[in-house]
Design a protein around this ligand. Structure first.
Ligand SMILES: [Fe+2]
Ligand SMILES: [Fe+2]
Length: 255
């Protein structure tokens, strides 16, 4: 199974949205032949109805099945009321051939930090115990600080509890966004993966605009980061969650 993991599109009529990069990105994305395209939030910048309308039109250019969770920017200005109207349920468990995907709204209206809360923790557990498929969890914010993304102020309030549930249950894969840089690390038996920003002008240093391709084959997860401007791809992480083997090019210099 292949998941295209994209994030932080930031559709708006101001300076955030890079229309040219978006077009390049969509061309690359449409060639990846992904089974699902998971968007980990910040579809808009201010949660305005005009931005939601714009985003809905722009997302039509993407071919394939979109699965979307909201970001902190989408919940601004009462945008949290618009999200379900435009993109459907905010918290869900979707079952596919190989995985259960638990999607969660980690944002609190008009705040930049996030929180999952007990209700969503229950949903995570439901997803884990639903059947014997592998569990993938996706939400906007992060559970541990992300390097190269500035001072830490936005991590979810209940990061400790969330991490505990994830690690205890050996959830193999968690997909997040928000920090506008790609990253991934294995903790215990879980791979935590962040997607960079797909089309926001607010990139960081040389990271540029990126998205991730996640390939899941039996017990193996491979994360490839696509650099949109350079049209280059780099295999960043290979993780065998049965054997516990993980090769991470961010940290394994010989890899
Ligand atoms: Fe963002
Ligand atoms: Fe965000």
């Amino acid at each position: 199974m292949r998941i295209a993991h994209i994030s932080d599109i930031h559709c708006n009529y101001g300076t955030d949205f890079n229309k040219k990069i978006y077009e390049k990105a969509v061309k690359l994305l449409n060639k990846t032949d992904a089974d699902i395209i998971f968007i980990s939030g910040d579809i808009t910048t201010d949660g305005l109805i005009t931005e939601y309308e714009y985003a809905r039109e722009k997302l039509k250019e993407i071919e394939g099945k979109l699965v979307i969770v909201s970001g902190n920017h989408d919940e601004r200005n009462l945008g949290w009321k618009l999200f379900p109207e435009f993109f459907g349920e905010t918290d869900f468990i979707h079952t596919y051939d190989e995985i259960n995907l638990v999607g969660l709204a980690s944002s609190e209206p008009d705040k930049d930090n996030g929180r999952l809360g007990r209700g969503r923790h229950k949903l995570i557990e439901q997803g884990i115990h639903k059947n014997d498929r592998m569990t993938v969890i996706g939400f906007h914010h992060h559970v541990i600080p992300v390097p190269n993304s500035g001072r830490e102020t936005n991590i979810i309030d209940d990061a400790g509890e969330t991490l505990d549930i994830i690690l205890k249950n050996e959830v193999p894969l968690v997909l997040m966004g928000h920090r506008h840089v790609p990253w991934g690390v294995k903790i215990h038996k879980t791979l935590l993966v962040n997607s960079g920003t797909f089309s926001c002008n607010r990139t960081r240093a040389h990271f540029g605009n990126t998205f991730n391709i996640i390939d899941i084959e039996e017990e193996k997860i491979t994360v490839t980061v696509i650099d949109i401007e350079k049209k280059k791809q780099k295999k960043m992480i290979e993780f065998d969650f049965e054997k516990g083997y993980c090769k991470n090019r961010y940290y394994d210099s010989k890899a």
